[in-house]
Design a protein around this ligand. Structure first.
Ligand code: NAD
Length: 493
């Protein structure tokens, strides 16, 4: 007799349920898929592989839970979200360990940076909810009151590079707004979403308010975003998938928010602190370059190109690549064999086209597996594939410029517009250049400083819409204006 598939995986000694979480119950699927660790390729878990029926069940559960959660007073919703944040804090170590085994990003970053931020996502949007109000205004004695009405069940689709961080950046405002959600985590790193479902249930989130649907994008993901019961879709991922998601959303005119890829520049002017600029440049190898915001195009003023490059290569040589669980490691593996091959394909084609690898240029020969060497390519043309397309790996290019106009033209010269970083000692120049850059976020002499009160998103192919602060509530709510006549008013005088 065939043994039934196990429903719990032990990952770094942490038990993780591998089934969907729908309507407050664990739900299995007939089929499963194998989730591997990028650290050593070991199988981690057999995950329930959902499709149309599981997606329909999840949306059904979210729809059933919606009226009560939407009617729950703001203060009570905020209280539950704070309890979820406390639950995340309590399980920080488990979450950090499982996330690192599942997506290969550094354990020390998960412990110290990511997990505190995950809890903060819940606390921030809970608190923001309580402050949310529009000014009332008067029209010939009539009052206008604008309210944020919850929209309904939301489909949230997330990528593998920062699973829990990106999931909670969507879940927290959606739930705070009074919506219910179905999260479809990426199939390459689904595990912490399952732990979050346990945490949320333990914190008192009612059944059906948060649902987790496991599975492949083309199956579970497609069925979810195509479901007519979904009232918002928030998607983070690649441009190619976004086209499918937007087409599915169009069928039911479901409002959609798209946070997509980037090819962001780091502009280094001759008046910059070159040590700082080189630090910022080397930082772009974080998470093996699998960061949407990464400034992968180094644009350096010709007069300081040699001096900058010297500083950059000195720092890059000190980077320790290896097991992401070790404290001393700076760069871990890429997520998956397919991703490694994709990265290497970009680099091979660039080298064939005449680029020069100043450092790196291929997989790590000693570490093997999914470890790709931090790479810097020079002698690249602006219209080259390696300059125009998102690699999503530890691969940077370097181009030089002479004038500010040239720098801005190069920086804006791709189809993306997610972020830009400017290194300069001249604050006037910083402002002038920032004003001319096409980007959702511009950092000056810093990188990755993110405040949840700020709008976040991309221009051009980097996305549609902005989330963060009040902008998240604008997206996750149906805004309504209620106009009330003064006492005793009669329309006929
Ligand atoms: P991806 O587009 O392949 O997958 C993202 C998610 O979409 C996954 O959960 C996947 O299962 C799902 N999906 C795939 N096909 C689908 C379909 N037809 N319908 C519905 N869902 C579907 O992206 P990825 O490779 O997981 O992530 C890397 C990309 O994400 C990069 O382009 C990166 O820049 C981008 N990203 C953007 C941001 C941002 O905030 N702008 C943040 C992180 C990552």
């Amino acid at each position: 007799m065939a043994r039934p598939p196990t429903t719990t995986a032990l990952v770094a000694d942490v038990p993780v349920d591998t089934r969907h979480w729908i309507g407050g119950h664990r739900v299995a699927s007939a089929a499963t898929f194998t989730d591997h660790s990028p650290i050593d390729g070991a199988p981690l878990a057999e995950i329930a592989r959902g499709g149309a029926s599981e997606a329909a069940a999840a949306v059904g559960a979210a729809a059933a839970a919606f009226p009560d959660w939407a009617a729950t007073p703001r203060a009570e919703r905020a209280r539950v979200l704070h309890a979820v944040a406390d639950g995340v804090d309590k399980r920080r170590e488990d979450l950090a360990l499982v996330e690192t085994h599942d997506n290969g990003a550094l354990l020390r970053s998960h412990r110290r940076g990511v997990l505190p931020r995950v809890a903060h996502n819940f606390r921030f949007f809970a608190d923001r909810l309580l402050e949310l109000e529009h000014a009332e205004f008067d029209t010939r004695g009539h009052t206008n009151r604008v309210s944020w009405d919850p929209a309904g069940p939301c489909a949230l689709i997330t990528p593998w590079n920062a699973p829990l961080m990106l999931a909670t950046w969507k879940i927290a405002p959606a739930l705070a707004a009074g919506n219910t959600v179905v999260l479809k985590p990426a199939e390459w790193s689904p595990l912490t979403a399952s732990l979050l479902a346990d945490i949320a249930a333990g914190a008192g989130l009612p059944p059906g308010v948060l649902n987790v649907l496991q599975g492949y994008g083309a199956e579970a993901g497609d069925a979810l975003v195509s479901h007519p019961g979904v009232r918002r879709i928030s998607f983070t991922g690649s441009v190619a998938t976004a086209r499918h998601v937007a087409a599915a959303a169009a069928a039911h005119l479901t409002p959609v928010s798209l946070e997509l890829g980037g090819k962001s520049p780091l502009l280094v002017f001759a008046d910059a602190d070159l040590d700082l600029a080189a630090d910022l440049a080397v930082e772009q190898y974080d998470n093996a370059g699998q960061v949407c915001l990464a400034a992968t195009r180094l644009l350096v003023q010709s007069a300081v190109a040699d001096a900058f490059l010297r500083r950059f290569t000195e720092r890059a040589a000190r980077l320790r690549q290896g097991d992401p669980r070790e404290e001393a490691t700076d760069i871990g593996p890429t997520i998956h064999r397919r991703q490694l091959e994709r990265i290497d394909g970009f680099v091979r084609r660039a080298l064939d086209a005449g680029a020069r690898a100043v450092i790196g240029g291929g997989p790590h020969p000693g570490l093997g597996g999914l470890y790709y060497r931090p790479t810097l390519l020079t002698d690249v043309a602006q219209d080259a594939e390696i300059v125009q397309e998102e690699v999503f790996g530890p691969v940077l290019t370097l181009q030089t410029f002479d004038t500010e106009d040239e720098a801005v033209a190069l920086a804006n010269g791709t189809r993306f517009g997610l972020a830009a970083t400017v290194a300069t000692g001249d604050r006037e120049r910083a402002r002038r250049v920032a004003d001319r850059l096409v980007a959702g976020t511009v950092w000056t002499n810093c990188f990755f400083v993110r405040d949840l009160r700020a709008p976040f998103g991309g221009s051009r192919r980097s996305g549609i819409g902005r989330e963060g602060g009040t902008w998240s509530f604008d997206f996750y709510c149906d805004l309504k204006n209620t106009v009330t006549a003064p006492e005793g008013w009669t329309d006929h005088g």
